[in-house]
Ligand binder design. Structure first.
Ligand code: SF4
Length: 356
């Protein structure tokens, strides 16, 4: 896509051919001797009001994409068109000053509430900091806003003067949520926001994020290494491997009809949760290869149980399935091999009946 091509009115962020290659420096003169291809030609759209799950192992490039969107990193190449009130803006090429007004619209919620909150600041001041940076409201208005936010995230205004160490992990992440929402962003990049929390607390924070999304009309990009976490919160899922997109589909289809062998392997790593459920487990062998020298052809071929000769030499393009344009997959054999789903449609009905 070129910068002049149309973007649908329901798209809040359009990413095209995004690449971030970190140079590797060596020697006295710090010469560039290679590149870490953290993100390598990724294209996708984020629709207003949806949650887009971004999933893959450590080293897949998912967090790097999140950091590019909030412009903690400047992409090497590519376009990221964000819909502002004034129209579409390619945030990939903006400088620090031009980015300032856009930072109000795009916020990041970090993984570890322990390290992302300043231990020496009181909770109220932590949440008010973005309001101070953007000079929003008077001191009294900021105080009222922070107290409202504390109520909204289920902490209560009495937490205003506490320090982070006086809170539980779940409470600290709620402070992180309140801080990210304080300046009323439209797009929130959630970077593994529940990974550091106990399972029981994870569900509370996921429910909080869902409720706030509905109430405030937020759009989320939700990054996780585990498909089971994104299942409950995401409308669509993108599966990444070694800086590339392997598959993208509505969440239900990912679980009922995976079309990429890597998606199948990720689903296999989740314990089956339904009554009487069992599955033949295929465990993914080895580690993710180095992004400095990624495998030729399909980057997944060194770990794929279905790989054929063509997979070693030709890179499969990401393309929609002929019978299902909602699903796109990068696999030479997508229409040949039948992969094992996590649920059959019947098993999902049983699970939903159990939950009800
Ligand atoms: Fe496996 Fe080949 Fe498909 Fe890659 S293209 S996922 S190696 S079958």
């Amino acid at each position: 896509m070129t910068p002049t091509e149309a973007v649908g009115a329901d798209v809040i962020l359009e990413v095209r051919d995004l690449r971030l290659h970190f140079p590797i420096k060596a020697g006295l003169l710090k010469k560039t001797v290679g590149y870490v291809k953290a993100v390598d030609g990724v294209s996708f759209s984020v629709y207003a009001g949806e949650t887009l799950g971004l999933v893959g192992e450590s080293g897949s490039g998912k967090t790097t994409i999140g950091r590019c969107i909030v412009r903690l990193y400047k992409p090497t190449t590519g376009i990221m068109r964000f819909r502002t009130k004034a129209g579409l803006v390619n945030i990939a090429e903006l400088d620090k000053r031009e980015l300032q007004p856009i930072r109000r619209d795009i916020q990041m919620l970090f993984q570890d509430p322990n390290s992302s909150l300043n231990a020496r600041m009181r909770v109220g001041d932590i949440i008010a900091e973005p309001l101070d940076i953007h000079a929003i409201g008077t001191a009294a208005e900021r105080r009222t806003r922070v107290e409202d936010l504390l109520e909204h995230v289920g902490l209560g205004a009495e937490m205003y003067n506490r320090f982070p160490h006086q809170l539980s992990g779940g409470q600290r992440q709620r402070v992180g949520v309140a801080r990210a929402l304080s300046i009323e962003p439209r797009l929130v990049i959630c970077d593994e926001p529940v990974s550091a929390l106990d399972v029981s607390v994870q569900a509370q924070v996921l429910n909080l994020l869902s409720d706030l999304q509905e109430e405030l009309g937020l759009t989320y990009v939700f990054i996780a290494h585990d498909l089971s976490v994104v299942e409950y919160i995401s409308d669509r899922v993108m599966v990444m491997y070694l800086g590339k997109l392997m598959e993208t589909a509505p969440t239900r289809k990912i679980f009922e009809r995976p079309t990429h062998p890597y998606t199948e392997a990720l689903l296999n790593s989740i314990p089956k949760r339904i009554r009487g459920g069992h599955r033949k487990r295929y465990v993914l062998a080895g580690d993710i290869p180095s992004p400095v020298n990624p495998p030729s052809g399909c980057v997944f071929h060194t770990r794929c149980q279905y790989a054929k000769d063509i997979c070693k030499t030709e890179t499969p393009p990401l393309q929609p399935l002929p019978d299902d344009p909602e699903t796109s997959v990068a696999c030479h054999l997508a229409e040949e091999v039948t992969l094992q789903p996590y649920y059959t449609a019947e098993e999902r009905r049983v699970l939903e009946a159990d939950r009800a």
